[in-house]
Design a protein around this ligand. Structure first.
Ligand code: GTP
Ligand code: ZN
Length: 362
């Protein structure tokens, strides 16, 4: 291994740069400079607007649908940056917060033809950096020279593509005894990915037999529900309910995945909550922000179970996708154990929407 960063490490740097509003160079047949819309500063926008070549704002087809922009590239649209584009304009394309107050942002002209692979990679990076999927893309002539002159992170598109599509391997960093209210025989395992991304945790109750199906819960982080007692979802009661069942049984495994907001991050989840206050349901709010209904990769949960030595589970969930993904990624689900707890007047509509649109079983 060389001393310099490999492609995984370059991508981790790129995510950090995008979050700070620092542009990143993507080298390929058509080299480009990318900058996340949500983190961009006015001075940077002016500098990027003054560069030669047509800059575009890449957004997902989901966001384009709301904006009535043409997604000629299937899953994404490339909106040509108007010459007089202001930071407010860029932000209003990226963020649907004021869509209802200012529905007409156009006319929006979209690029068609040519290569959109760098734009696709840029959107994928923005999503994995938990930013809004909207990225300003500016053509470059010489990627390496431009990156060196301005001290920018630069990576090769061809090298990056397989890494953007794959999940990073997780490795156990440490585990320690953790007595819990539900069971004194608790143990917390911490798993860290190779790509500098979020850590995930496994709470093991008792010492379950690895040869038998284990009572398991694949729980996604919900700061608002798990910790704050939010009434907008059922996460807190589900977390405590699952742990209580494991405590009563004397054994089980709770996987606590840092996939806040169904994988869009807490800031975007709060943006989705604001849209819900404007009348959109949980699924439509995700779409208006430019995300899919659910951006989580449940296979990370199977990876952790395998690392811990398990191959079959009795899965505590109402979500059939979790069962399907476990099965497909090599963990046998011998039983789905329903976990219907925590309904209240504030989350009834949310739970109904999940049942109607996402196939949740009640
Ligand atoms: N984007 C978004 N995420 C939400 C919203 N409400 C809750 N969440 C997130 O949804 C996830 C819920 O996770 P889980 O309880 O594991 O999953 P589930 O799909 O409901 O399935 P089960 O609980 O297993 O039946 C957490 O990451 C929450 O942060 C919302 O309105 N929008
Ligand atoms: Zn929740």
């Amino acid at each position: 291994m060389s001393i310099g960063p490999d492609i995984t490490e370059q991508l981790a740097r790129a995510r950090a740069d995008l979050r700070m509003g620092v542009p990143v160079v993507i080298d390929g047949d058509a080299p480009v400079l990318i900058c996340a819309a949500e983190a961009m500063e006015a001075a940077r926008l002016t500098a990027l607007r003054d560069m030669p070549g047509d800059s575009v704002l890449a957004i997902t087809a989901r966001r384009a649908e709301t904006l009535k922009a043409r997604a000629y590239d299937g899953d994404l649209a490339r909106i040509l940056l108007p010459e007089d584009a202001t930071l407010d304009w860029v932000r209003s394309i990226a963020d649907p917060a004021d869509d209802l107050m200012t529905p007409m942002k156009g006319p929006l002209r979209c690029a068609r033809g040519g290569d959109a692979e760098s734009h696709r990679a840029a959107l994928s990076l923005a999503k994995s950096a938990r930013l809004l999927p909207a990225v300003l893309v500016t053509p470059l002539h010489d990627a390496s020279a431009f990156a060196a002159t301005h001290g920018l992170t630069c990576f090769s598109l061809a090298d990056a593509q397989p890494h953007l599509a794959l999940r990073s391997p997780l490795h156990e960093v440490v585990s320690a005894r953790l007595p819990l209210e539900v069971s004194e025989a608790g143990r917390l395992h911490v798993f860290r990915p190779e790509d500098g991304g979020e850590e995930h945790y496994a709470v093991e109750i008792g010492r379950p037999d690895r040869a038998q199906p284990v009572l398991a819960r694949l729980h996604s982080a919900c700061f608002t529900g798990d910790l704050m007692g939010s009434l907008k979802c059922d996460c807190g009661p589900q977390l405590r309910g699952a742990l209580a069942q494991m405590g009563a049984a004397g054994e089980g495994v709770l996987l606590y995945m840092n996939q806040e907001g169904r994988g869009i991050g807490l800031a975007n989840k709060m943006r989705a909550y604001s849209l819900q206050d404007q009348g959109f349901d949980t699924v439509d709010a995700n779409h208006r922000l430019g995300f899919e209904d659910d951006e989580r990769d449940f296979r990370l949960g199977s990876d952790i179970l395998k690392e811990l030595g398990f191959s079959s589970v009795r899965l505590l969930t109402n979500n059939p996708r979790k069962v399907e993904m476990m099965q497909a990624s090599g963990i046998n689900v011998t039983e789905r154990v329903p976990l219907a707890v925590g309904e209240n007047p504030h989350n009834t509509a949310y739970l109904r929407t999940k049942a109607r649109k996402s196939g949740h079983l009640l």
